[in-house]
Design a protein around this ligand. Structure first.
Ligand code: FES
Length: 408
């Protein structure tokens, strides 16, 4: 899945006001989104996956159906309204139908985020009857070669069939296309394909560099010129074809001057429960040092959200150092991404180096320069798979991890 869901605090408060009385009074921020990363197992092996590179240690201790249903109930009581069912590939679990039914009963707006592998007629019918609201399908390219290369699978034809199946069951068609050096030159054709498939929404999610994509950054990162050309093509497509198909072009933060307000603020909107039950404010938080995370096997979500050190540590701006502390733009981005700051600089409390005011901005400039260098880019891609996950944990590929202060 891509790392892009984004809703502001005012929307949170509005949504909570409409919340059927489940969250009766709003005294502080409450989670709007529960993101359930129900498994890290995945039939695809995408080079840009943002899942943790050490995911293999969480594939044998997944939560049970009952534990997931309890988590859904608790998060709903806290006010969560949006449920993302994500992974890995969630359809590798056979209890998603049950989870969907429970989500409907609880009043969630539920969204299945899938590669499409494992989505059958029988399952999609059960999802429809169970009340699943939304399916987001990942697509990779217009060419079979690049689809199969970047995912390290043969899934090109299957994805088109799944797209048609989603449409035929009356779901809005939401396509997510992660953009990187291998497909950025095909943006026009990707949009034409999406239109031909009847897509209602297309997210062109330029790769952000976390997890596997950080390790493969020099292979995946496009140049500024490629990015500008892709944005131009997207704008021309919008002008020519109108707004019938909504297109989101998510700018990669390395090419921005200010960082993104990661997760819309630490502990403000999102609560993530991982396959093994850890409760996180963001997908990558486990890379941060000196942090202990609650786990649904022993902690309530109410404790996790309101009281745990993990959710309070980077809430608001009290933790900031200069230049963020005295920056007149700090409310806009809250200093950017804590995980990116730590992975790239070794200091979790410093400005995200994407910011041009950061003393570490040179790290981003060097990565941008590296993107122009085909020699460095010719290192082999490390695909996301169980074997590579174990190898990374055992210290193989040390040269590829060396520039980062944590195993991403
Ligand atoms: Fe941005 Fe953790 S991924 S704060």
């Amino acid at each position: 899945m891509s790392k892009t869901a984004s809703l502001g605090r005012s929307e949170v408060q509005k949504e909570i006001a409409m919340n059927n009385g489940v969250a009766q009074s709003v005294t502080r921020t409450q989670p709007l989104w529960l993101l359930a990363e129900v498994t890290y197992r995945c039939p695809l092996h995408c080079a840009f996956c943002y899942n943790p590179t050490d995911y293999d240690k969480h594939t044998q201790n997944e939560l049970t159906t009952e534990q997931w249903i309890n988590a859904l109930r608790e998060a709903r009581k806290l006010g969560a309204l949006q449920l993302g069912i994500s992974g890995g590939e969630p359809l590798l679990r056979d209890d998603i139908e049950e989870i969907v039914v429970e989500a409907k009963k609880l009043g969630y707006y539920s969204n299945l985020i899938t590669s499409g592998v494992g989505l059958t007629e029988k399952r999609i019918q059960a999802f429809k009857e169970g009340g699943l609201d939304h399916i987001q399908l990942s697509m990779h390219d217009i060419t079979e070669e690049i689809n199969n290369f970047i995912t390290n699978t043969r899934t090109f034809e299957l994805k088109k069939k799944v797209a048609a199946m989603i449409k035929s069951h009356g779901y809005p068609m939401v396509l997510n296309v992660v953009i990187h050096r291998y497909n950025i030159g095909h943006v026009k054709e990707i949009l034409e394909m999406a239109e031909a498939l009847g897509a209602d929404y297309v997210e062109l999610a330029n790769t952000q560099y976390y997890g596997w994509s950080l390790i493969n950054r020099s292979q995946l990162m496009p140049t500024m010129e490629q990015l500008q050309a892709a944005e131009k093509v997207t704008n021309e497509f919008r002008e020519k074809h109108g707004n019938k198909m909504k297109i989101f072009f998510v700018v990669p933060d390395y090419y921005a001057e200010r960082p993104k307000k990661c997760m819309n603020g630490w502990g403000e909107v999102f609560m993530i429960v991982t396959a093994n039950g850890d409760v996180l404010p963001c997908h990558s938080a486990r890379v941060l040092p000196n942090m202990q995370f609650p786990n649904v096997k022993g902690d309530s979500l109410s404790y996790a959200w309101s009281e745990s050190d993990a959710f309070n540590k980077y809430r608001g701006d009290a933790w900031m150092k200069d230049p963020c502390r005295t920056c007149d733009e700090k409310e806009k981005d809250l200093g950017g991404c804590r995980c990116q700051a730590f992975m790239l600089t070794g200091d979790a409390e410093i400005a995200d180096p994407v910011c041009t005011k950061s003393p570490y901005r040179h790290l981003i400039v060097e990565a941008i320069e590296e993107a122009k260098n085909p020699v460095i880019a010719s290192q082999p891609i490390i695909f996301r798979n169980d074997k590579n996950s174990r190898a990374l944990m055992e210290g193989e590929f040390a040269d590829r991890v060396k520039p980062f202060h944590a195993l991403p």
